[in-house]
Design a protein around this ligand. Structure first.
Ligand code: ADP
Ligand code: MG
Length: 622
């Protein structure tokens, strides 16, 4: 509990003790009035002040106003104890709520405990501990076992195992050695690592992830926005209804029935009505549910950029996948070199060099396949053709490496390949020089992910790829995706997604899942763009609405499950809170429920709704 919460707790306790004491003292009415004002002021002064400020600012109708009117009204009617008790319960509810919100905030930041406190920078006179913010790009930092990697970089020396669970939600450790890239936020488990930083702290993965989680509350979902709007209309309606309840029945009795108007009774009922109608449970629990849902998801390695995307995810009916790097590993192995007049090694050497500046999975695989390490200083004039390939000048030779579309564009006649797999055609100085056949592997969990998505209510799965038809259809058949479209350029993918969006029904959501390499336009065009394997890829983190921290397709299923659970809780709370309210309002209007029952129901509903909301935080087992 923080200081303010403690102070409020003392206020509540002292007022409660006073009320109990006063209840046992037989005092004349006027003395009672004066004495009950003491606990009333102690426990309610801030509510009264806020209500007054609201009136001055012409934003009259809020819950402070409701509480102030109801309790002052009760006191004026001579129901002193009730007036104080209502205020007391209201404050208990408020205290509980602020405690719960604080707890889940802390919970989330504990779960997201990836912010490094310092970096050990190597200097001439030994190690120096500095703020990660002050470390320049290219510095050497030392990370000892048990420490967090503070900044993204490349291992200069040492080897170790990293725990990535804070980022990915998976506990599978990752081995790293010299020359490999490491990302901030992982915990170094055993060896000492010397790392040359490749980014500033502010640009490092940790900062990006934290920023994303912190900003997610600004994208409000429809149900959340609905609650805010609802409260805005609802409170004035309730206030006027209460006024009507206080005035109309007595007048009817007086004028038409010639009976005693019973003003006191009806005013009391109207006040009860006000207490009951305070919409706290909803106003509090809905945002809290989303907050907890987003927090729980990030703990599982699923970063959701706002509650609107969480809501959308729960309604996903179409899932469109990119092939390479999403459903397949993107680790191509060279399975053959055909129609080459030069040595195979030589052709691979040209290909690897021409590709040396690209971060496409194909390029990385070709670099890895080349026996001789790539020397980037021999490469110039690099041009990438998205969805086609690359051209570059290597040792003075014009090299083109890419698919048949690239060859067509360059006016080179290529020899088609009859084998299954992805083909990289190579041309040297405008002359066809043969092709490299590379094959990719389907990720082990892709098929399972697709069948589980179906079980989650996804109507159709679609695969889009720039790869050739032959390869695409082989992959699609193995995975049982419903539709497959191949040989698409990035712009064609956007068009296909737009077509699918036009076909779907109202209220249905289309999600696109990609690896973030050359599919940013599609990611942003889909209703929900999901980028996977985003560890270290800024472009994907920027373009996507949902970021999966590792590249396991089952994470997509997990994201949908988390979203569904969160929305289920949201609706449970909405129905429960409104149901109890309506019941109490009816009982109150007929004089069957007094103010006590009202405040009890209100605080009770709120506590239950808040506890229910916190359930959204726990998503590990989904
Ligand atoms: P996917 O839709 O499967 O993710 P891309 O749109 O990234 O595929 O690429 C489509 C096709 O373009 C690839 O199958 C490949 O034939 C070709 N291609 C793209 N980039 C490169 C590259 N850097 N080198 C060689 N070929 C490439
Ligand atoms: Mg791709």
């Amino acid at each position: 509990m923080n200081k303010k919460q403690k102070k409020n707790l003392y206020r509540i306790i002292s007022a409660a003790v006073l009320v109990v004491l006063l209840a046992f003292l037989p005092l004349p009415k006027f003395v009672q009035f004066v004495l009950y004002l003491v606990p009333y002021i102690i426990v309610g002064y801030d509510v009264l002040r806020k209500a007054w400020k609201g009136i001055l600012k012409k934003q009259v109708f809020d819950e402070n106003f409701l509480m102030a009117v109801a309790t002052i009204g009760a006191i004026v009617l001579g129901e002193y104890r009730e007036g104080v008790a209502v205020m007391l319960f209201y404050q208990i509810g408020e205290l509980f709520q602020s405690y719960a919100v604080g707890r889940s905030r802390r919970n989330i930041s504990e779960l997201m405990d990836i912010r490094p406190d310092y970096a050990n920078v190597e200097t001439e006179d030994g190690l120096e501990q500095v703020d990660p913010d002050e470390v320049d790009i290219g510095s050497i930092i030392v990370v000892k076992p048990g420490e967090k990697i503070p900044i993204d970089g490349i291992v200069e020396s040492g080897q170790s195992t990293l725990n990535t669970s804070a980022l990915t939600g998976e506990s599978a450790p990752r081995d790293v050695r010299e020359g490999q890239e490491v990302i901030s936020g992982c915990i170094n488990l055993n060896g000492v690592l010397k790392i040359r930083t490749t980014r500033e702290f502010g640009e490092s993965t940790v900062s990006k992830v934290l920023e994303l989680v912190e900003n997610s509350s600004s994208n409000k979902s429809r149900s959340e926005a609905f609650i805010t709007r609802f409260a805005k209309f609802y409170t004035p309606i309730v206030c006027y209804s209460a006024l009507a309840l206080a005035v109309v029945p007595p007048l009817v009795r007086l004028v038409f029935m010639h009976a005693a108007p019973e003003w006191g009774d009806w005013v009391y009922r109207a006040l009860t009505f006000l207490v009951i109608s305070c919409p706290c449970a909803l106003v509090i629990s809905i945002p809290l549910t989303f907050f907890a849902g987003i927090g729980g998801a990030s703990n599982a390695g699923v970063l959701v950029k706002g509650s609107n995307y969480l809501e959308a995810l729960s309604k996903v009916k179409y899932v469109v996948f990119d092939k390479t790097g999403t459903l397949t590993r993107g680790n191509f192995a060279v399975s053959g070199v055909h129609h080459s007049e030069m040595e195979n090694e030589r052709l691979l050497w040209y290909a690897a060099h021409a590709e040396s500046f690209s971060d496409h999975p194909i390029s990385e695989s070709l670099r890895a396949a080349s026996a001789v390490p790539v020397d980037q200083s021999r490469v110039s004039d690099v041009r990438e053709y998205s969805g086609k390939g690359v051209t570059a000048v290597v040792d003075g030779v014009n090299v083109a490496a890419g698919n048949i579309k690239l060859m067509e564009q360059l006016g080179i006649s290529a020899i088609p390949c009859s084998h299954e797999g992805t083909v990289v055609h190579i041309a040297l100085d405008g002359k066809y020089a043969g092709h490299i056949l590379i094959t990719d592997e389907i990720k082990p969990t892709s098929a399972e992910a697709i069948s589980q998505l179906k079980k989650q209510g996804v109507r159709k799965t679609v695969m889009l790829t720039g790869d050739r038809k032959k390869t695409a259809e082989a992959v699609a058949a193995k995975l049982h995706v419903d539709e497959v479209y191949s040989e698409l350029l990035p712009a064609d993918k956007v068009e296909k997604v737009e077509e699918l969006i036009a076909q779907k029904g109202a209220g249905e959501v289309l999600a696109f899942v990609g690896d973030g390499i050359n599919d940013a336009p599609v990611l942003s065009r889909a209703d929900v763009g999901i980028a996977m394997g985003a560890l270290g890829s800024d472009a994907a983190i920027e373009a996507a609405d949902v970021v999966l921290m590792d590249d396991d397709p089952l994470k997509i299923v997990k994201a949908v499950k988390i979203a569904s659970k969160c929305m289920r809780i949201v609706y449970e709370n909405i129905y429960f809170a409104i149901g109890v309210k309506v019941l109490c309002l009816v009982l109150g209007a007929f004089g069957l429920a007094g103010m006590w029952a009202a405040i009890f129901a209100d605080v009770g509903v709120m506590i239950l709704a808040v506890l229910n909301a916190i359930r959204a935080l726990f998503v590990k087992r989904l």
